[in-house]
Structure formats: structure tokens, C-alpha cells
Design a protein. Structure first.
Length: 351
């Protein structure tokens, strides 16, 4: 693809982002940062975990996004009695009436869709949670020794309640690491809450216009990966992840408050998320600000704080913010407009 083709493709993706946010805004009031992070995960090809108290429209947001994308959508309500076969599907014995022979036939479960809403994912036991691991990482499920490929594109968008822990099963670290972003959904402002009340207590019907199809998303996701990133910006992302592990040059607060740091997957998602953010905003390069913007949702579920942090009320978000403040700013010529945009493809090395 030529530079001109790349630039036009990025413009198309930026326009698609604008249309999607407009459609979501017809139903969802506010939550602009949450919507941006959700779409970053979508176009980067990653899964997303939305954490927030009940009533903040997490489920509605995901369902509305599925309608705007014209993708096959399934909702799985996770409960303590849910079994793995309720998600992946199962094999049943079927008799051929003409021959009388009995054969096993696979009945696909709700996981066979493009967008999966894993509602209250922490309410089901680890045995059932583990059924998602293979699907999220390999985009396939294995039932009865046979592999079944999932439909592309495939996204797991899960919700979780952070305050009610009775009867829940915390997600294991291995499964948390499969989520590209951990998005915190906060309370609306007073003005936003007034608008929510006015919309939801009136007799209004909102129609969502489909914006993108499966082929469009796959094509635009390739543009995100093709977006170039300069070595010094990628090194900045890697440094964020490596310092969280207590490297020799890590600041004192890391040794004091962090039990485990972020793994290599964090470095990958920092770069990929930054690329997606840059392109969604209509830029053809990645800046340090893009890395910083995705640092919290990428790292917050990959940094494990210790007892000292818990005792002092220090969260993983606090640690990440201190890391961002600790690492000095790097020279970022592109963000100052020092290069013409078409020249970026020639001057910056591809990520």
C-alpha cells in the first residue's frame, strides 16, 4: 500500500470513529473516555473489561456498540451454576433415520459470535471462567478433542461489579492478562445525570444505524497495526512496563508498593493501544501522549500491589501515575508538527 493509500485509510478510520461515537451518543450520555477506550480495544483487536458499579450503562453501551457495528452479538449472563458447555457448546448424539447410525454432532454455544458480552464475569466459578481462556487467546474452542474456529472478528467485552464481592470468584491473573484494557466506568456528572433521567423517563425510541461490518473492521484493524511508531516512543512504552517489575533503576515506590509488575504483553498492548488511539484521532504517527493515555487501562490489572500499598491506600492506578511522572518526557518531534504527515511513514520505523 502506498503512503497516499495509507493516509486515506487512516482518514476513513477516523471518520468511522466519529460516526460510531455519534451513534453511541444517541443512547449513551457522557462516558466519552470509556467509549474511546472501548473503541481503541475494538480496532486494536483486543478484549476489554469494564469495571463499574451497577446502573452505569455498561451492558447498554456494549449492546449499542454491537448494533452500530452490524456484528453478531451474544450476551452471556454469568452465574454460579453456569457450566463450560453452556458457553462453548456441546456434542449430542444424533441418529440418522435412513441408516439408523448414531453420530456425535457439535452444537455451538453462544461463544460463536463476533461480540460476546460476558456480563458479570466474576460471578461464575473458575472452571467456567477458564472456558474463555482458549477462546480469548486462540480464537477457537476445543470440545471432544476437536477444535472449532470462532468467527472473526471476535471480541470479549466483559463487565464486573467492583463493590459486591459476596458470591463472586476473582478472575485469575492469567485471564485478566488476556484483556487488553481494564476500563473504569465512573459516575456521570450532574448535568449528564439530568440528561439520563430525562431520556429514560420519557417515551422515546432510539434507532441505531449500523456503521461498520465485519470486513470493514478487519481491514481497519490492519491499518492500526501498520501505523508507524518511532523507536524512542516504543522504548518509552517498554520502560513503563519494565520499571513496574522492580528493575535496578526502578524508583523506590515500586520496590515499596509493588509485588508483581506488568509482563511483556503490557508492552505490546501499550504500543498497540497507542497506535489505535492515534489513528482514531486522525493522526498518522504515535506520540508519547498516546502511550500515556492508554497506560492506566493497559497496566492497572497487570500490576499487583503488596500489603504496604493496601495499608496506605495506594492503588495500582496511583503507582502507574507515579511511574508516568517519574519517567522524563522524550523528544517528540511529530506531536509538535515538525514533520509533514506523509513524511512520517518514511521517517518513523514501523511498530
Amino acid at each position: 500500500m502506498t503512503n497516499e493509500d495509507d493516509l486515506q485509510a487512516v482518514e476513513r478510520l477516523h471518520e468511522s470513529y466519529r460516526q460510531l461515537t455519534q451513534e453511541l451518543g444517541r443512547v449513551i450520555v457522557g462516558q466519552s473516555q470509556v467509549i474511546e477506550e472501548l473503541l481503541i480495544a475494538l480496532f486494536a483487536g483486543g478484549h476489554c473489561l469494564l469495571v463499574g458499579v451497577p446502573g452505569l450503562a455498561k451492558t447498554l453501551m456494549i449492546r449499542t456498540l454491537a448494533q452500530a457495528l452490524e456484528l453478531k452479538f451474544n450476551r452471556i449472563q454469568f452465574t454460579p451454576d453456569l457450566m463450560p458447555s453452556d458457553i462453548t457448546g456441546t456434542e449430542v448424539i444424533q441418529e440418522d433415520r435412513s441408516t439408523g447410525d448414531r453420530v456425535f454432532r457439535f452444537l455451538p454455544g453462544p461463544i460463536f459470535a463476533n461480540i460476546i458480552l460476558a456480563d458479570e464475569i466474576n460471578r461464575t466459578p473458575p472452571k467456567t471462567q477458564a472456558a474463555l481462556l482458549e477462546a480469548m487467546q486462540e480464537h477457537q474452542v476445543t470440545v471432544g478433542g476437536e477444535r472449532h474456529q470462532l468467527t472473526e472478528p471476535f471480541f470479549v467485552l466483559a463487565t464486573q461489579n467492583p463493590i459486591e464481592q459476596e458470591g463472586t470468584y476473582p478472575l485469575p491473573e492469567a485471564q485478566l492478562d488476556r484483556f487488553m484494557l481494564n476500563v473504569r466506568v465512573g459516575y456521570p456528572s450532574e448535568a449528564e445525570e439530568l440528561e439520563i433521567v430525562k431520556r429514560t423517563t420519557a417515551d422515546l425510541e432510539t434507532t441505531i444505524t449500523p456503521t461498520l461490518k465485519a470486513d470493514d473492521i478487519a481491514r481497519l484493524a490492519k491499518i492500526v497495526r501498520k501505523t508507524p511508531i518511532a523507536d524512542h516512543i516504543a522504548s518509552y512504552a517498554i520502560k513503563l512496563a519494565r520499571l513496574s517489575r522492580g528493575e535496578a533503576d526502578a524508583p523506590d515506590f515500586i520496590h515499596q508498593y509493588v509485588m508483581w509488575g506488568a509482563g511483556p504483553r503490557a508492552s505490546q498492548y501499550l504500543v498497540l493501544g497507542a497506535k489505535a488511539r492515534a489513528v482514531l484521532q486522525g493522526r498518522y504517527y504515535v506520540s508519547q501522549e498516546d502511550i500515556r493515555a492508554v497506560a492506566l487501562p493497559v497496566l492497572r490489572h497487570r500490576i499487583k500491589t503488596n500489603f504496604n500499598a493496601d495499608a496506605e491506600g495506594i492503588t495500582s492506578d496511583d503507582v502507574i501515575q507515579r511511574l508516568i511522572d517519574f519517567i522524563p518526557a522524550v523528544e517528540d518531534e511529530n506531536s509538535r508538527g515538525g514533520k509533514a504527515l506523509p513524511e512520517v511513514f518514511k521517517s518513523a520505523k514501523s511498530g
